[in-house]
Write a protein that binds this ligand. Sequence first.
Ligand code: ADP
Ligand code: MG
Length: 360
Amino acid sequence: MTTVALEHVSKTFATHESSGGHKITAVEDVSLKLNTGDVLAILGPSGCGKSTLLRLISGIHKPDKGRILYDDVDLEDVPLRERGIGMVFQEGALIPHWESRRSVGFFLSLRNREPEVPEKLHQISKITGIGINQLLDRRPSHLSGGEKQRVGIARALARDLQVLLFDEPFANLDAKYRTEARVELKRLLNAFPVTSVYVTHDQVEAIALSHRIAVMRAGKIDQVGTYQQLYTSPHNIFVATFIGSPPINLFKGRSINGLWQGENFGGYHLRRDLPEDSKVTAAIRAEHMHLQDGGIPGVVEQVVPMLAERHQLITTHLGGETWTITVPLDQHIERGSTIYCGLQENEMLFFDTATGVRIG
Ligand code: ADP
Ligand code: MG
């Protein structure tokens, strides 16, 4: 297993003249460090540069600036066949630098010779429920897309890899299958730890599979941390709203006499060094708001029961603002009625509205 480090890595593409012939910076000044056995998720919206970043880590793309190190050695100085990289894409597994002759020979030599099948393959077969023969078969033409993906991942893990890279491997599966595949992959990675990077736009997947999450936006990594760190102390509004469901409630306001004052409510203490009357956005999650007599009035727009969580999400609005609060399931709340909301002040976050940067 290997440590992987990215140092100030950038990658720019020139677009074709027919589409304007300008340059797109797909990855900009990204620095990351993965320790041996780490599973890092790269989470971000479509087009933010996740796949490009993964291709840089694999060596498929060369960075324009910066460098990528495997065990402190520049990737460019590691011959392709010695990199020991496994890649799993949306379309299926692909092991680019795999010496195919040797691996086919290895797999063929094991066919119908069960006693010689290595313990590792047996274990993988047991965890995934995939038969040894399917694991060994190089052309499983009778498998569905989802099955191919599972077999591909299991096969990749059966090899002694240094680094395993995933690019939204389950994006094409339906929801039920996706959840199963996720659980299975998690079991596999627990049993056979490999330094891994997992690209996804799905936060649930990122949370379930990784140790840490890097939130990416427009070519840059905004923040790296555990799910809890990102959830409770986001560095900016983008991370705050991208992590968590329903999205965190945002309220526009200003700093007046050291206090935050919003459109509909206010009076919360702010950092003292803020200029008077600067624009500040307050943020608070639905679970930190509740019903409170004499609180902030809101007209109920939507009521969504969350049975597993044992509460209902109530979306309300007042003036130009909309927010969501959690309410116990047994409270009967009608659409169109007015409810009164309170919030836990110590859970509020504050952001500079102009830059999005967290200021409290
Ligand atoms: P993501 O995987 O997050 O959806 P990508 O890494 O695929 O994002 O793309 C990031 C940006 O770089 C996009 O604007 C995309 O159009 C552009 N891009 C990616 N690959 C190429 C390429 N080979 N040539 C030109 N532009 C590219
Ligand atoms: Mg992509």
